[in-house]
Design a binder for this molecule. Structure first.
Ligand SMILES: Nc1ncnc2c1ncn2[C@@H]1O[C@H](COP(=O)(O)OP(=O)(O)OP(=O)(O)O)[C@@H](O)[C@H]1O
Length: 643
């Protein structure tokens, strides 16, 4: 199967061949068995040989909340087999048979790992190897709703295809073969925009990974939600690509029509986590006939075998008998022989068994950064939740507070009102950053999926995300901040206005950083909202507006120092009051007047005279770095493909 490096090179370099050629290499008249034999001649052309021996997965199940006892449950039991380049393997079985678990085991996505031995061209499978050689199409579609079908494919091509020249033709061909040409300029769609249908999304998801032409393609139920014609068309195309490039395709599928079923070369039938059959798809009918379960007339063979191995609704004894028979059949012996042959072939070669370290990407750091920036900017401009709704909310808030305080006289009796306006701006505008949580949580799954497929690294994503976030925060600070500043009638010095905008920008940037961290740690939206609201509430209490630092209980005083509000609010106050004079207010309606007061005395009253607004800015910059860095670290450590 070639050494590791060659395998990696093949995976990447051969992937640059044109997909445009329309010849079907595989002879459609071949039977499933002959397909297997024919595809062997393609070994090594592009794809990889995947071999799994005695794969088992055991999970711990809790017996009860209070018993504290846990039991072990085997959800996959000694499953073995292999699939060669150019072949398409279907994994089928009744619901709960273990198909998804098996696919997770093959792709090293089980958190505590799977037992047994899984190799790709003789090299033990792990995440680094898979990122280099495979692509995985998940059951759920993760795509930006605001991008069109063509843009979605083009961005995928920019991540996965090394040579720029092949990207456009490959996208065009993918659109054609997936029947999406007419929808090319339609948005994927989501909450705000109606877009393509669920079945079209499924095809698009397959297309984004297929155009990478990986050595091996894993698909978890790619046909769910597709009508019969779309299903047949998609599987026929996958088969064609498999034959043409020697690509290995492993796919779970739910009861396909006979024409689709017969397109696969090999079939793995699972029931209760055990093998009911493994071998050529065309051989399964004869196999069940020999076991005494011939396929009745007018019943599709796929329907028949799934029915026979369904322990939930079928005859349990029959299922047990079929599963117990498997190790004593000639198909089992043939599979073992084939596996041994493959293992001998691999071990006889000069195989590099050294573990592959680190991930490799089809494109470099700069290209990934540019593509991500482009995509995040497009989504930011088009997705109303990300920018426009926030701009509208912030401007309305700026306008409302501005008109409530409208051009207030800058006199001693209004000092508290000015401080109140500054508190509201620094606390509430920051608080509203929680509105980004829904889009960040949605994006989290897309990024995890793309990273697991080797599109880009965690650092480059967070860099691009931060840069776009900075621009967004600046737009919000400039628009809402300016409206508010001139309506309230703060200090009219231009320098102080500029600092006000800078300070608001930094506060919003820190807040956005906090939200990215919360969205990374907590995937449940309502919980993320609750945590963010609690943190902001606590930060507001200790910021020094309601209660001075010295009066805060010592057990909460530390929080004053980690609250972004402490720094942003004190800077707003210093900027507004520092070095200013506030004239006295005369008595009105029998109420005593207020003597003149200096701005520095105001700052002393709030304990802000010991703060320096430039040091505050530096601390806020430090907080941005901290939150963005912590998000990057968290995603690197915990957002991998493993479940
Ligand atoms: N972490 C777990 N703890 C306990 N049981 C689990 C766990 N993961 C999976 N299972 C059980 O293992 C069995 C196989 O699950 P799996 O999702 O792999 O089945 P499947 O064949 O893909 O089903 P479907 O076709 O319905 O998606 C199921 O009975 C499931 O309940």
């Amino acid at each position: 199967m070639g050494d590791v490096e060659n395998g990696v090179e093949n995976g990447m370099e051969n992937g640059e061949e044109s997909m445009v050629e329309n010849k079907v290499v595989a002879d459609d008249s071949l039977t499933g068995v002959e397909h297997v034999a024919a595809s062997k001649s393609l070994k090594g052309t592009h794809g990889s040989c995947l071999l799994w021996r005695d794969v088992a997965v055991t999970v711990k199940t809790k017996k009860g909340w209070f018993s504290g006892k846990s039991a072990q449950k085997k959800i996959l039991d000694e499953v073995s087999g292999l699939v060669a380049p150019g072949e398409m393997l279907f994994i089928m079985g009744p619901s709960g048979a273990g198909k998804s678990t098996f696919l997770d085991a093959l792709t090293d996505r089980i958190a505590h790992g799977a037992e047994g031995n899984i190799t790709l061209d003789g090299v033990k499978v792990d995440q680094n190897l898979l990122v280099r050689k495979s692509k995985y199409v998940e059951q759920e579609d993760h795509m930006y709703a605001s991008l069109t079908v063509r843009e979605t494919l083009m961005f995928a091509a920019q991540f996965y295809c090394k040579e720029a020249a092949v990207r456009r033709p490959r996208v065009d061909e993918t659109l054609t073969v997936l029947g999406l040409t007419e929808q090319a300029d339609v948005k994927v769609g989501g909450l705000f925009v109606r877009g393509i249908s669920g079945g079209q999304k499924r095809r698009l998801a397959v297309g984004t990974q297929l155009l990478a032409l990986p050595s091996i393609l894993f698909l978890d139920e790619p046909t769910s939600g597709l009508d019969a014609a779309a299903c047949e068309h998609l599987i026929a195309y996958l088969r064609k690509v498999a034959k043409e490039f020697g690509l290995t395709i492993v796919c779970t599928i739910h009861q396909p029509a006979t024409e689709v079923f017969m397109m696969s070369d090999r079939l793995l039938l699972l029931s209760q986590g055990r093998t009911a059959y493994f071998g050529p798809t065309a051989g399964v009918e004869g196999y069940f006939e020999r076991l005494g379960y011939p396929c009745p007339e007018l019943t599709s063979i796929a329907e028949h075998v799934i029915h026979k191995i369904n322990g939930d609704f079928g005859e349990k004894e029959v299922v047990e008998e079929i599963l117990d028979s498997w190790p004593s059949t000639k198909e089992y012996t043939k599979m073992q022989d084939e596996m041994r042959e493959e293992e001998d072939l691999v071990s006889s070669k000069d195989q590099t068994t050294e573990k592959i370290r680190g991930r490799s990407y089809a494109t470099g750091f700069a290209s990934q950064l540019f593509t991500l920036l482009h995509r995040i900017f497009l989504n930011t401009l088009r997705n109303p939740l990300v920018l426009w709704m926030r701009v509208a909310m912030y401007c309305m808030l700026g306008l409302f507070t501005g008109t409530a305080w409208l051009l207030l006289d800058r006199v001693a009796c209004n000092v508290v009102d000015f401080a109140g306006a500054l508190f509201f701006i620094s606390a509430f505008m920051v608080f509203m950053s929680i509105s980004v949580l829904p889009s960040y949580i949605e994006e989290r799954y897309l990024v995890m999926h793309e990273r697991a497929n080797g599109a880009y690294g965690v650092i480059v994503f967070n860099l691009a995300h931060s840069l776009v976030g900075f621009v967004m925060a600046f737009i919000l600070a400039l628009t809402a901040g300016s409206i508010n500043y001139w309506l309230v009638g703060y200090n009219p010095e231009f320098g102080r206005y500029c600092f006000f905008i800078l300070n608001l920008f930094l506060a919003l940037t820190v807040a956005e950083g906090m939200m990215t961290l919360i969205a990374s740690i907590i995937p449940i939206l309502i919980l993320a909202f609750a945590v963010a609201a609690c943190v902001y509430g606590a930060f507001m209490v200790v910021m020094g507006f309601f209660i001075r630092l010295d009066n805060i209980g010592w057990w909460w005083r530390w929080m004053h120092y980690i609250s972004l509000h402490s720094y942003s609010f004190s800077s707003f106050m210093i900027n507004e009051f520092g070095g200013t004079e506030w004239p006295a207010c005369p008595p009105v309606d029998g109420q005593p007047g207020t003597p003149a007061i200096s701005g520095d005395q105001v700052l002393e009253r709030y304990d802000y005279n010991q703060f320096n607004m430039w040091i505050n800015c530096a601390i806020l910059v430090g907080m941005v770095v901290f939150y963005r860095g912590a998000t990057t670290l968290w995603q690197w450590k915990f957002h991998d493909a493993r479940k």
